[in-house]
Structures are given as structure tokens and as C-alpha cells.
Design a protein around this ligand. Structure first.
Ligand SMILES: NC(=O)c1ccc[n+]([C@@H]2O[C@H](COP(=O)([O-])OP(=O)(O)OC[C@H]3O[C@@H](n4cnc5c(N)ncnc54)[C@H](O)[C@@H]3O)[C@@H](O)[C@H]2O)c1
Length: 363
């Protein structure tokens, strides 16, 4: 669509006021690009809790009530449970609002297409928010890769350990829909959190031609299986191979202000390597970015490596773009569908015993 930036602050509504609101809201605080006009959630308790921070915003129990109120809204921050993404986004676009949706976009390609079609039909924008590509150590990792300092890239490695103890409280209601996702074969590590990891591979090295995967499972309580151990390997069109290894450590305590993920990223080049040591949790407490070449290790000690800052910057990027047109905007619904294809290719490969699957060939 031909999009004309607003020449005034964007009028925004939050739809969904749960756990992740705490971080998404950072983009909206003290931001002259936006005016928060409404908060929507069926939970009265959440409306009054969140409403205290936004006294100028009206509160509603549903998006339909907001639409019927006649309040002018330009864009919504959709923080809905994943099973509600498709229906919710189509509804929000239908009211004539641009939508910034949380990841994962949805569970299958048909749903993704319906969401993209709804954006087109209503002449509105659908953005699928990705915060990791705004996390400063990863942004700097990308700069190192493109600067050529590491030499030609030979490979990409990611490691994640889902640990069971530490971090912030997650409401039982969030686990309810996560369990629902798991029963549909869309696990919390590979699909939900995995969205971010797969996104970084596409962002760093471009399109992928083949994915091979071995998705495992560990029962952590009767009837609840977490999707690890899992290993996913792939090859980009440019020949660079990547691998992502997921391990579960249910009894391990990990210090974290947020979720308890121990995450690492490493790019190996022909001349050196660079490594991001942590992100969501405070796993390895060394500088968050280290780069090695020619016998010397360079450590970055003063990066903004608080995971929450990536939400602030991702959200600000969207609001700035709506307000002024400064871009390019990361990621459109179509670009996000490539991340979905990557994940679905991993599932298809695992189901076929690890055969190579071309994400573009999935229907
Ligand atoms: N970017 C990230 O790293 C990250 C991290 C965590 C969660 N998320 C994503 O954020 C989204 C929300 O996750 P969460 O952890 O905040 O979930 P949550 O369960 O804590 O919150 C969801 C909120 O939506 C509300 N809700 C339910 N139905 C609604 C409706 N029809 N209209 C309006 N509100 C409704 C619920 O009452 C609840 O307050 C999910 O898509 C999740 O995958 C992203």
C-alpha cells in the first residue's frame, strides 16, 4: 500500500495488557511520536493496573467496544495470546487501524496469508514486531559481520538453554495458551522463542534454501512436554550454514530480570569470530559482545544490553516510521512469513527424519 506518514503524533491503543506489556510500553513512554489514547483488555484488574500509568487513555474490555466508542485510533499494539493472533489482527485491521503484532505471527501459512490479505483489503499496515534485531549487542554483531573484520563468514551458531528457575513471574493464564500452542505442535522454545532466533539468521544472512531439524521433547510435568532437546541446521542461499541448539535445564537457576533463557550467538569468519554472550537472562556475565581476530580479543563493556531496551527500540522504530516514514520498516507481514516458513520447514524436516526442506517450497 502507499503509506503516508502522519504529520502529528500517532494515536495508539494497546490491545492486550498482560506480561509483555511491561516491556512493550517502554517504546511509548516519553515518546513524542505517539499519544496513547486507549487500553483494551477483558480483565478489569489489568485495565485498572495499566490505566494508572496512562491517565489520559480510555479503557475498554474489547476492541469492538473501542471501535464503537468513536475514539480516533491510528495504530494498535497487539499483545494478544498467540491463538488469538489471526482472528484478532483481522478484526483490528478491519476497524481501520495499523497493527504492530507480537511474534510468532500465527501457526501456519494459510493464516499468515489471511492476515496479509486483511491488511491489503483495509489498506492498513501489518507489522510483526521483532525486538532481537534491535538488541544492541546483536546490532553490533551485524555491523562486525558486514564490516568484513571477521573475514568472509564461515558459519553461524546459536545456543539456547531453557532454564526452569529464576526470572520474573509469568501468570498462569499465559501458560494456559502456551499449553494450547504445544498441543498444536507449536512449542514454546522452537516456535515461540525460536521465532527470534530464526529471525536473526534471516536478518544477518538472508534467505534460506534448506533446513534440517531434529525436534525433541521432554516431559516436565504429566501431560506437558517442552520441545527440547532440539537441533536445527540450515543453509542460506549465500552458502553460509547455521545451527541452533536448544537444551532444557529445568532445575537450573538462571539470574534474569525477565525470562530465564541462557542464549548465545556466534559468527565465525575466515579471520576471526564474534560472540554475543547473553540476551534475555544474565547467563554468561562477561561483556555482552566479544570479537576475536588476529590474536586479539575485543570486548564491548558499555553496550545497552538490557533485553528490555530492544523492545523500546523496536517499538520506537515502528512509531517513528508511522510518524515520519523513516525506515526501512522491520518486519512487514510478508517478511515475517519467511520466518514462519523457516520454522515450518524445521518441523517438516524433523517429521521426515531430518531430510532437507526448502522453506520456499512449503505450501
Ligand atoms: N517479543 C518477545 O520477546 C515476547 C515475549 C513474551 C511474549 N511475547 C508475545 O506477546 C504476546 C502476549 O504475550 P503475554 O506473555 O503478554 O501474554 P499474557 O497472557 O500475559 O497477556 C495476554 C493479555 O491479553 C488479554 N486478552 C485476551 N484476549 C483478549 C482480547 N480479545 N482482546 C484484548 N485483550 C485480550 C489477556 O487478558 C491478557 O491480559 C504473545 O504473542 C507472545 O508470544 C513476545
Amino acid at each position: 500500500m502507499a503509506f503516508t506518514p502522519y504529520e502529528r503524533p500517532v494515536r495508539a491503543a494497546f490491545v492486550g495488557l498482560g506480561r509483555i506489556f511491561d516491556l512493550n510500553v517502554r517504546a511509548y513512554l516519553d515518546n513524542p511520536d505517539v499519544e496513547v489514547v486507549a487500553l483494551v483488555d477483558p480483565s478489569e484488574e489489568r485495565r485498572s493496573e495499566r490505566g494508572a500509568d496512562w491517565p489520559g487513555a480510555a479503557t475498554f474490555a474489547s476492541a469492538a467496544e473501542l471501535a464503537a466508542s468513536g475514539l480516533e485510533v491510528d495504530a494498535v499494539e497487539a499483545l494478544l495470546p498467540i491463538p488469538l493472533h489471526e482472528e484478532g489482527v483481522i478484526e483490528l485491521l478491519g476497524y481501520g487501524w495499523h497493527v504492530n503484532l507480537q511474534k510468532p505471527m500465527c501457526n501456519d501459512l494459510a493464516a499468515a496469508q489471511r492476515m496479509i490479505d486483511a491488511a491489503e483489503a483495509n489498506d492498513r499496515l501489518l507489522r510483526v514486531m521483532e525486538n532481537y534485531v534491535f538488541y544492541e549487542p546483536l546490532v553490533r554483531l551485524k555491523e562486525l559481520v558486514t564490516s568484513g573484520e571477521l573475514g568472509e563468514v564461515s558459519g553461524y551458531h546459536m545456543k539456547m538453554v531453557g532454564s526452569g528457575r529464576g526470572g520474573w513471574d509469568v501468570p498462569a493464564s499465559s501458560y494456559h495458551w502456551q499449553f494450547q500452542q504445544m498441543t498444536h505442535g507449536r512449542g514454546i522454545l522452537v516456535f515461540d522463542d525460536g521465532w527470534h532466533k530464526l529471525a536473526t539468521a534471516l536478518w544477518l544472512f538472508g534467505p534460506i534454501r534448506e533446513v534440517r531439524a531434529w525436534v525433541g521433547g521432554t516431559e516436565v510435568m504429566p501431560g506437558v512436554e517442552i520441545d527440547a532437546p532440539t537441533t536445527i541446521a540450515w543453509e542460506h542461499h549465500n552458502g553460509i550454514r547455521g545451527v541452533w541448539d536448544i537444551t532444557l535445564a529445568p532445575d537450573m537457576y538462571l539470574r534474569s530480570d525477565y525470562y530465564t533463557n541462557d542464549e548465545r550467538w556466534e559468527v565465525t569468519g575466515r579471520r576471526g569470530y564474534a560472540r554475543v554472550n547473553r540476551c534475555t537472562g544474565r547467563g554468561i556475565q562477561q561483556p555482552s559482545l566479544e570479537a576475536y581476530a588476529d590474536g586479539e580479543m575485543r570486548s564491548s563493556h558499555a553496550l545497552d544490553d538490557d533485553w528490555a531496551s530492544s523492545f523500546r527500540d523496536s517499538g520506537r522504530h515502528w512509531l517513528r516510521w508511522l510518524h515520519t516514514g523513516e525506515g526501512p520498516m522491520l518486519w512487514s507481514g510478508e517478511e515475517a512469513t519467511n520466518i514462519l516458513r523457516f520454522a515450518l520447514a524445521a518441523y517438516a524436516s524433523s517429521e521426515s527424519g531430518g531430510a532437507g526442506v526448502d522453506p520456499a517450497a512449503l505450501r
